[in-house]
Ligand binder design. Structure first.
Ligand code: FEO
Length: 394
């Protein structure tokens, strides 16, 4: 992809990863980008690097604009390897560069890359670095996404480089928000937030307030993944605030698995009952669905209903895996419940509810369990179960 100039002498020099479909378990159906930025000033500065298979492309991009030996600073906003793993390679050419990071960033880079001979400059919130015509201001952002993370703000140009925050796993030949399909963009931004940043919701609200207090008013937000927010940086900030507050719609999500179709029949009856009350409801067969997409839909739902047959006196393993993932993400402000079929002893709904309660989720009880296959009478019970959920969230 060609280099793009964001503002005078500030360039996107990143790469587009069109092919990736598995980002440590997150299904990236639209690929991603690893964004790096080069600031050509009295002090030439690279902000972040890219995932190591693309290191030669990053170097070639830099060489189009500057001699890498003349790079004075490399700002490492985050040590996770999608942003730092080509740093050792780039540093072979930028031997005089000082690495600018948080203290935890220095620790992480040293542990990953044995960077004992690297020159570091560690920074804290409010610290500034003058490059000549422009000034970098740093804001520590622990847990957005890792403890080492920080934001870099280009004061004179009003460009915020927040690394993972406000990103999207979205490969595109375009670099800006106003050049891509808005529905797809917000869909990918929500999916990214839900699957990566949702556990840190309260930190996000506080960080946005803190950044506003520092008189950081970005005209442009240039994250490390996806397109750059140039036309409406406030749009994504507002969405982050809403998602962080757990703002939900009149919406329910059913996630189920099934062995011989009984739990599936229950799922459809529950769905119909909820939908008949005018509530939007989505249904996902877990083994046939993209889990990252399910989590995106849970983000703004008021109810999540988990369906599982009983297998070996407990829930289906796929549902257990899903519970491990979703409880770790800690979605806020939802009602959870469960249903499923069993052959003899049962146990799936009991164990699902136990896991939900251990995660301190609000659980609507009783759950609904049906032996073997639902009869017509039992399908009525499924409808009543769905109606009760609808009344709870309606
Ligand atoms: Fe895109 Fe936390 O790395």
């Amino acid at each position: 992809m060609p280099i793009v100039e964001l503002a005078e002498n500030i360039y996107w020099v990143g790469v587009v990863d069109w092919d990736i479909r598995d980002f440590h378990g997150y299904e990236t159906r639209r690929g991603t980008t690893y964004n790096a930025y080069l600031i050509v000033d009295d002090k030439t500065t690279l902000v972040d690097t890219v995932k190591y298979p693309f290191q030669s492309k990053l170097l070639a991009n830099i060489q189009e604009l500057a001699n890498p030996e003349k790079i004075d600073y490399i700002v490492a906003n985050h040590v996770e390897k999608d942003h730092s793993s080509s740093l050792p390679y780039i540093r072979q050419f930028a031997r005089n560069a000082t690495i600018v990071s948080t203290g935890r960033g220095k620790d992480g880079l040293t542990k990953y890359y044995g960077a004992e001979d690297w020159t570091f400059r560690t920074v804290k919130t409010g610290d500034e670095l003058n490059l000549g015509n422009r000034t970098l201001q740093f804001v520590e952002a622990p847990m957005l996404h890792w403890p080492d993370s920080m934001f870099t703000y280009l004061k004179e140009d009003g460009i915020l480089m927040p690394n993972d925050a406000f990103g999207q796993h979205y490969a595109s030949s375009q670099r800006y928000d106003d050049e891509v399909d808005q529905g797809v963009l917000m869909d990918e931004a929500a999916k990214y937030y839900a699957n990566i940043l949702m556990p840190f919701a309260s930190l996000i609200t506080r960080k946005i307030e803190e950044v506003s207090g520092l008189a950081v008013e970005p005209k442009m937000i240039a994250p490390s993944h996806g397109v750059i927010w140039r036309s409406s940086p406030n749009k994504i900030v507002k969405s982050y605030l809403e998602w962080s507050e757990g703002k939900a719609q009149s919406k329910a999500v059913i996630v189920y698995d099934t062995m011989w179709g009984s739990t599936q029949k229950m799922a459809y009856a529950i769905l119909d009952a909820i939908a008949s009350k005018g509530i939007r409801v989505l249904l996902f067969h877990l083994r046939r669905s993209d889990v990252a997409e399910i989590v995106k839909e849970i983000l703004d739902a008021k109810a999540v209903i988990l369906g599982s047959p009983t297998l070996n006196n407990s829930m289906f393993p796929t549902i257990s895996n899903f519970l491990t993932y979703i409880t770790g993400l800690r979605p806020r402000g939802k009602v959870w419940t469960s249903f499923g079929s069993y052959g003899w002893g049962g146990g799936a709904t009991r164990d699902i509810n136990k896991r939900l309660k251990e995660a301190r989720f609000e659980v609507l009880e009783p759950s609904l369990s049906i032996k073997y296959a639902p009869s017509l009478e039992e399908l009525k019970k499924c409808e009543e179960f769905g109606q009760k959920i609808a009344e709870t969230i309606g």
